[in-house]
Design a protein around this ligand. Structure first.
Ligand SMILES: Cc1ncc(COP(=O)(O)O)c(C=O)c1O
Length: 357
């Protein structure tokens, strides 16, 4: 029988947040809400929707594999050269390409735990070894991560803000960490929730990029830009790194509708600032309500809140029966995406009922 390598057979497939339709089909309910996948509850920018509709007639054509217009717009916004940008089918694809570009079987990649599970999967898929460093006070322990670097370390993954905890690392912590990295490793800084951050001391990854470091900064149109369904994200790195990553990138990895929508979404500054505002207000509401229920939470810089809570699996099941989909994080925590005001209210009402039943 045909056999895949052992490092593939031990891989656990990614378990996504439950789709609304699936839950409703299973439980025979309707009117459910999904606060499980850190999506933008406002939806996509109307400008992005219009841009897609306007390009339906061109779907017989392959997309622009180089993403010329989108990369140009990003290059202006970020003051980098277009050849310091790479587009991905979601930032997720770029995590995968980076691992395939820089890791060989047996190489090590340092990452935090818990953090975004895809890092470990990308490393494992090429036979690499994940070195998992526990979070400290729900944040990346960058000192311990630096101490975990060995001559075999070829990559480091830092989620800033971290998923699932929503915490950030500061400028000083990050700069000190970068001093301890070497020239033969790539530091991937995953900033999927970058646009939500308001902390003044948030790490400045672009400064390290400008200093010429081996850094790949990843951002996405899936979160604040509300385009998760189209799958488009981007990476910023120096040209030599992207030359190598582009060798492995599929020629048409980002589709034409995604490129057009992303370009329009980037220009719709009002939608972005409105999304940030709704999130900030929802966050305050949830903080107040959780506090009054005597439930502690981890303050977040992203669009979701990590809530350490006993019996999280039972709580998750109870919430699901009430049509509220959140994300259990093992037996001791849940993660809830900040939704629209009425969704947040529904979550709180359902939570009250579940914990008192
Ligand atoms: C930390 C982090 N990185 C990357 C991603 C993947 O995003 P994308 O939709 O751009 O692939 C997510 C999605 O949830 C995330 O939480």
């Amino acid at each position: 029988m045909i056999q895949s390598p052992e490092y593939i057979t031990v891989l656990q497939p990614y378990v996504p947040g439950k789709p609304i339709e699936e839950l409703e089909r299973e439980l025979g309910i309707s009117n459910s809400i999904k606060l499980a996948s850190n999506e933008n509850p406002l939806g996509p920018s109307p400008e992005a929707v219009k841009a897609i509709k306007d390009s339906f007639a061109d779907l017989n054509r392959y997309p622009d594999g180089a993403g010329y217009y989108l990369k140009n717009a990003l290059s202006q916004m970020l003051s980098v050269s277009p050849d310091e940008l790479i587009l991905g089918n979601g930032s997720n694809e770029l995590l995968d390409i980076a691992a395939r570009t820089y890791l060989q079987a047996g190489d090590e990649a340092v990452m935090a735990s818990p953090s975004f599970v895809v890092y470990g999967m990308a490393v494992q898929s090429v036979g690499g070894r994940s070195v998992q460093v526990p979070l400290k006070d729900y944040r990346h322990d960058l000192e311990a991560m630096a101490a975990a670097i060995t001559p075999r370390t070829k990559m480091v993954f830092i989620a800033n803000p971290n998923n699932p905890t929503g915490t950030i690392n500061t400028k000083d912590e990050f700069d000190a960490f970068m001093e301890k990295t070497t020239d033969n490793m790539l530091v991937v800084v995953d900033e999927a929730y970058y646009e939500y951050v308001s902390a003044p001391d948030y790490a400045d990854s672009m400064k390290q990029f400008s200093a010429g470091r081996n850094i790949l900064i990843l951002r996405t149109f899936s979160k604040i830009y509300g385009l998760a369904g189209l799958r488009i994200g981007y990476g910023i790195a120096k040209k030599e790194i992207l030359t190598d990553m582009n060798r492995l990138r599929e020629p048409f990895n980002t589709n034409s509708l995604a490129q057009k929508a992303a370009l329009a979404a980037l220009r719709d500054k009002a939608h972005v600032s409105n999304s940030r505002k709704i999130n900030a207000e929802g966050k305050e509401y949830l903080y107040q309500q959780l506090t009054s229920l005597g439930i502690s939470y981890v303050p977040t810089e992203a669009n979701f809140i990590f809530i350490p809570i006993k019996d999280s699996i039972a709580i998750n099941n109870g919430l699901m029966k009430k049509g509220v989909i959140i994300r259990p994080m093992g037996p001791m925590a849940i993660r809830v995406t900040i939704g629209l005001p009425e969704e947040n209210r529904r979550f709180i009402e359902a939570l009250k009922e579940v914990i008192t039943s």
